[in-house]
Design a binder for this molecule. Structure first.
Ligand SMILES: NC(=O)c1ccc[n+]([C@@H]2O[C@H](COP(=O)([O-])OP(=O)(O)OC[C@H]3O[C@@H](n4cnc5c(N)ncnc54)[C@H](O)[C@@H]3O)[C@@H](O)[C@H]2O)c1
Ligand SMILES: [Zn+2]
Length: 363
């Protein structure tokens, strides 16, 4: 199955399906033939779990650069090591990079590709559920000790090859994390689809068919938004639903403490509470959404480890913050996002409401 992505700078396809790696790469022959060498960037967990399948399905000769797993691969040190590897392998402007991994590998590889000799081609091969989001749309970045994703570029891949076979070795925590972004895509686009997700008895044990269908819907939402707005001047901001407070919790927990999607789930409940003040979203919905998230194992107890003052400092570093005013994505109703600036004092009130609500539902 193919989903087209048309951005202002470049058009490409997301090819999605189970055990499709080989066929997908034969349909991308042109890119392979144009490349003078192929270098696969991956991380140690992915390579350990999936190298046999990848090698069996990917017949071309390639070199592999195996990086530390998770956010560590988005450090300046690893970025430097990646560039060194490319230079040592005598990579040129015609070298093709393949990002085999989750969002972390994808972000690092995309940024390495954007900057090596001012830009070389790359293909995303996502291996996590979350990466249905991160692999599409061309946002690439590494982390600075002072903030996540602070150094990066908009740089689109040549293609995205999403073989759901890779998801078989994912841990439950990572499944849950990724499903939060799927749920985010539903919240900002489609009430009927959201209700289907909220009705699932498990979000970590979906059939191949169910999973593929929800991932396809998620990619379509993302593709439509980045087609309209590649560089986040307008509607692309909606994809940040749940991310302002979520990123703050994620940063406070120390990268790796909470999975990205776990933190985003907390941030989405926060954004729903805030939405209640300006829209048709009501407490009944927020509460039932929170109950769903708790039941599915999202770890909300993390909130109590940090004070609002600690989280505030992280929120103010958000790329969407301007002069101490935070720009939040809210929902006027399910499927209809909008952006509103919110004073810090109000953020504090909502933080308190969140803590009270968590206590009320027994967290
Ligand atoms: N560029 C974007 O638009 C965008 C959007 C959302 C998130 N992100 C970024 O994505 C990152 C999070 O992505 P993620 O959740 O995929 O995390 P990740 O890449 O860190 O992967 C999570 C963990 O799962 C392991 N893993 C990955 N695939 C596996 C597999 N198939 N089998 C076994 N283990 C596997 C990894 O080694 C890692 O330990 C963050 O850095 C976030 O900033 C980027
Ligand atoms: Zn995210």
């Amino acid at each position: 199955m193919k989903i087209p992505v048309h951005t202002a700078s470049h058009s490409y396809e997301v090819i999605i399906g189970n055990r499709i790696l080989k066929d997908a790469f034969s349909s991308l022959k042109k890119h392979i033939e144009e490349a003078d060498r192929i270098i696969v960037f991956t991380d140690e967990n992915v390579w350990q779990a999936q190298h046999a399948y990848f090698q069996e399905q990917f017949p071309e000769p390639f070199e592999v650069f195996v990086m530390p797993a998770g956010e560590t691969c988005k450090s300046f040190d690893n970025y430097f090591a990646a560039q060194t590897f490319l230079l040592e392998k005598k990579s040129t402007r015609k070298t093709l990079l393949i990002a085999l991994g989750g969002g972390a590998v994808g972000d690092l590889t995309g940024f390495a590709a954007a900057t090596y000799m001012r830009g070389i081609p790359y293909i995303q091969v996502p291996t996590t559920i979350l990466a249905h989001d991160s692999a599409v749309g061309g946002k690439t970045a590494i982390n600075h000790p002072q903030g996540k994703n602070m150094v990066g570029a908009f740089y689109q891949p040549q293609a995205v090859v999403y073989d759901t076979e890779f998801l078989s070795s994912l841990s439950e925590k990572e499944m849950r994390s990724g499903m939060a972004e799927v749920i985010k895509h539903a919240l900002i686009s489609n009430e009927k689809w959201l209700m289907e997700l909220l009705d699932l008895s498990s979000i970590t044990k979906l059939s191949d068919h169910q999973l593929a269908s929800h991932l396809k819907s998620g990619i379509e939402v993302k593709a439509k938004i980045v087609t309209e707005d590649e560089t986040e001047q307008s509607v692309r901001k909606y994809l940040n639903f749940g991310h302002t407070y979520g990123h703050a919790i994620e940063a406070a927990a120390g990268y790796g403490g909470l999975a990205h999607g776990e933190a985003v789930m907390i941030g989405m409940v926060y954004a729903l509470l805030l939405s209640e003040r300006y829209s048709q979203i009501n407490r009944e919905f927020t509460k039932s959404f929170l109950q769903f998230a708790i039941e599915k194992g999202y770890p909300f107890e993390g909130v109590f480890n940090y004070s609002f003052d600690q989280l505030k400092d992280y929120m103010l570093k958000d790329k969407k913050a301007e002069y101490g005013v935070l720009n939040f994505v809210l929902l006027s109703k399910i499927g209809e996002p909008f952006v509103r600036s919110i004073e810090l004092s109000e953020c504090k009130e909502i933080d308190l409401e969140l803590r009270e609500l968590l206590q009320e539902v027994g967290k």
